[in-house]
Design a protein around this ligand. Structure first.
Ligand code: GDP
Length: 443
């Protein structure tokens, strides 16, 4: 997972500080030295690191953390604020033109994820009730147009193309007219990428820009390429004046360098981050939430938002009531798993919970999605009666379930035991709650 190394190193530094009642100047210096090393190892631009440490030192001295009653917390707070500032302070929203369509030009090197991200962005806008139109402007890469068309079909967003024999500038111009004629409020132009930055490409992009006067020029960069991504951004920005950056592949084990340096080096805000190959794996970027995620303070806000977007509130209430009344069955369990699955990969969810990323290192904590798929397979092998009355699951039935789900009897036993334990816990819990669940009895 992204930032794991950086996060665990920083959290180690701070857990040492938190334990101390008083901090000496030497403690602070030592901590800053370690923060500096952690950032450099995460591939953050060295100049950015230097400025960052200088700012923290200045603030720490200004506040005189050594005299504070909670010195460790104070240092963490300073680092948190500076990390947030480094990544751009507040969320940088997508432009919205008051003369629709809002025109977005997508640019980037080949392989960064530009075409995929173009589709993801259209999907995101569509979810917000906009009517985007995609324009296939990459006429050089074989199959680039087809790739966009397939994506468009998948997300049900129209794709404008004039094939690969017309110049990208003419395609962009015609696409803009098409959007105006057909009431699209967003126009997203996919442009050609190259393996390296070259003049011909820049000239073509500059010509498209002149033709359609975009509200946004978004550069897609691959977070896995670290400092290279930042250099690419710097170059593109000098030639095209970018309005923002989209960082892709944050689901990989990127060390964090690009995310932490790109804003400081180029002045361009990160507007979105992509966290997977699926078409809905694109999120707005919030510097404050990312900072607290890195510092192990969790990102409950993003988690709650995801839950609100994806979980059916009525169903959740119904399940809660069943739990309380001790009527929870394997059918409900399956339902609950399906709901959780909608929120995204489990390890990404854990990353958003305070302190949870530390737990991920624990050997006996299984958070992989494969495990979840096996659990679902077992439950799906049950008959309706078995799901509703797990008590009837005797040895021969359990054997059948193992065969049917391609798992083992041990796994089936384990799941049933866990389910039983869960029901017991719920019973205890609902016993502790007063009627209607208000307040805890006996407390
Ligand atoms: P383009 O050449 O810049 O248009 O790149 P593509 O959109 O074709 O993407 C290149 C590869 O990166 C494809 O295999 C994508 O599925 C993959 N990709 C794009 N974004 C992400 C992401 O956020 N996470 C992961 N894991 N893969 C991604």
């Amino acid at each position: 997972m992204a930032f794991e190394g950086l996060a665990s190193r920083l959290q180690n530094v701070f857990s040492k500080l938190k334990g101390k009642g008083r901090l000496s100047e030497e403690d602070v210096n030592e901590a800053l030295r370690e923060v500096r090393l952690a950032l450099l190892e995460a591939d953050v631009n060295f100049k950015v690191v230097k400025d960052f440490i200088a700012k923290i030192r200045e603030k720490a001295v200004g506040l005189d953390v050594t005299k504070s009653f909670t010195p460790g917390m104070l240092v963490i707070d300073i680092v948190n604020k500076e990390l947030t500032a480094l990544m751009g302070e507040t969320q940088s929203k997508l432009a919205r033109s008051n003369k629709p369509p809002t025109v977005i030009m997508m640019v980037g090197l080949q392989g960064a994820g530009k075409t995929t991200t173009t589709g993801k962005l259209a999907k995101l806008l569509q979810k917000q009730n906009h009517r985007p139109l995609l324009v296939a402007g990459d006429i050089y890469r074989p199959a680039a147009i087809k790739q966009l068309q397939v994506l468009g079909e998948q997300i049900k967003v129209p794709v404008f193309t004039l094939g690969d024999q017309v110049s990208p500038v003419a395609i962009a111009k015609a696409g803009l007219q098409h959007a105006k004629d057909n009431g699209h409020d967003y126009l997203i132009i996919d442009t050609a990428g190259r393996l390296h930055i070259d003049e011909e490409l820049m000239e073509e992009l500059a010509n498209i820009r002149k033709e359609v006067d975009p509200d946004e020029i978004l550069l897609v960069i691959d977070a896995m390429t670290g400092q290279d991504a930042v250099n690419v951004a710097d170059n593109f920005n000098k030639q095209l004046e970018l309005t923002g950056v989209i960082l892709t592949k944050l689901d990989g084990d990127t060390r964090g360098g690009a995310a932490l340096s790109v804003r400081a080096v180029t002045g361009c805000p990160i507007k979105f981050v992509a966290t997977g190959e699926k078409v809905d794996a694109l999120e707005p970027f919030y510097p404050d939430r990312m900072a607290s995620r890195i510092l192990g303070m969790g990102d409950m806000l993003s988690l709650i938002e995801k839950a609100q977007e994806n979980i059916d509130a009525d169903k959740a209430k119904e399940l809660e009531l069943k739990m309380r009344n001790n009527e929870f069955t394997f059918e409900d369990f399956l339902e609950q798993l399906e709901q959780v699955k909608k929120l995204g990969p489990l390890d990404q969810l854990l990353d958003m919970m305070p302190g949870m990323n530390k737990l991920k290192g624990a050997k006996d904590l299984k958070v992989d999605d494969k495990q979840m798929a096996r659990t679902v397979a077992i439950v799906k092998s049950m008959t309706t009666q078995e799901k509703r009355k797990p008590e009837i699951l005797n040895a021969s039935r359990r054997k059948r379930l193992a065969l049917g789900s391609g798992t083992s009897v041990q796994e089936v036993n384990r799941l049933i035991k866990q389910f039983d334990d869960m029901r017991k816990m719920m019973k205890q819990f609902s016993g502790m709650m007063g009627s209607g669940g208000k307040g805890m009895k006996g407390l």
